[in-house]
Design a protein around this ligand. Structure first.
Ligand code: 5RP
Length: 267
């Protein structure tokens, strides 16, 4: 691996081999997602606990100060919306030149395996990898399921993740699922877990993050289950403890509880 690529990967994946990415890119197709209506207010308190943020150029420029030192993973696919015909019909949005100008440490693109736009999204990934490799910028592939959340099973996610790795993604972001080891075993590059829509209890989140880490994920790219919580800082601290300190779900729940109490006492 060349120096630039190795250096950017080291910015993203911490010396313990693990990583906590904070995604705040949802508005690129969902508009003002709940609790991300004013991105700066959501992002600022959480930034100290994230290893990198996954973000679009518009929210980066408007809502993150340039003296921020956290690595940026720039969302570079889009062109569709929740109310449009097909979420899978994405193109590449900012160019690699723009990613370099914004000092991105990586770029992220969704792929839509099994959809009418499978081929286009996979060729977009491949083209982006060609450009990223030219400039030493890693590509994170996102195995998107659009509105079909039921697709999140080991067979489908293993298929999508492996295809992303085969096409050259340096990191694959996918969902946790039952039998998650099937996904990580079949994917020869680091796997990061997304969260999906908000889950009803914190413990369920801690349990799936812990299980995924035991089964080979290197970390998370977890958004709504952090910043849609009533106690987002407590959430990110608890999840960070699982990712970087191998804290058990029970211990994470205790940590969450004590952080929540501290916050309530202050307010
Ligand atoms: C949305 C994304 C998000 O980065 C990804 O889904 C992670 O966020 P969440 O944990 O909220 O699902 O790709 O476009």
């Amino acid at each position: 691996m060349e120096w630039g690529m190795a250096n950017r990967m080291a910015q993203l994946i911490q010396p313990d081999g693990h990583a906590l990415f904070l995604p705040v890119d949802h508005g690129y197709f969902q508009g003002p997602t709940r609790k991300l209506e004013e991105p700066r207010k959501t992002i600022e308190p959480l930034l100290p606990y994230a290893d990198a943020i996954f973000i679009t150029r518009g929210v980066l420029r408007s809502s993150v100060d340039p003296d921020n030192t956290k690595p940026i993973i720039l969302r570079v696919s889009g062109g569709t919306s929740m109310v449009g015909k097909d979420l899978a019909n994405e193109g590449i949005t900012p160019s690699m030149e723009e990613a370099i100008r914004l000092n991105a440490s990586a770029v992220g693109i969704s792929i839509f395996v099994g959809t009418d736009y499978e081929k286009e999204s996979l060729l977009n990934l491949s083209k982006l990898v060609d450009e990223g490799e030219r400039y030493g910028i890693p590509v994170m592939a996102v195995t998107a399921v659009g509105k079909e959340l039921e697709k999140r099973d080991a067979r489908y996610l293993a298929l999508s993740s492996r295809i992303a790795a085969e096409l050259g993604a340096r990191v694959v972001k996918t969902y946790w699922c039952e039998d998650f080891g099937k996904v990580t075993r079949g994917c020869p590059v680091p796997v990061i877990m997304a969260g999906g829509p908000q889950v009803d209890t914190e413990l369920k989140i801690f349990e799936f993050v812990y299980d995924g880490m035991q089964k080979g994920a290197i970390g998370v790219n977890l958004g709504r289950n952090i910043w849609q919580s009533d106690f987002p800082v407590a959430m990110i601290k608890a999840i960070r403890a699982i990712v970087h300190q191998n804290t058990t779900p029970k211990e994470a729940q205790e940590l969450f509880g004590s952080e929540k109490e501290r916050k309530l006492k202050k307010s």
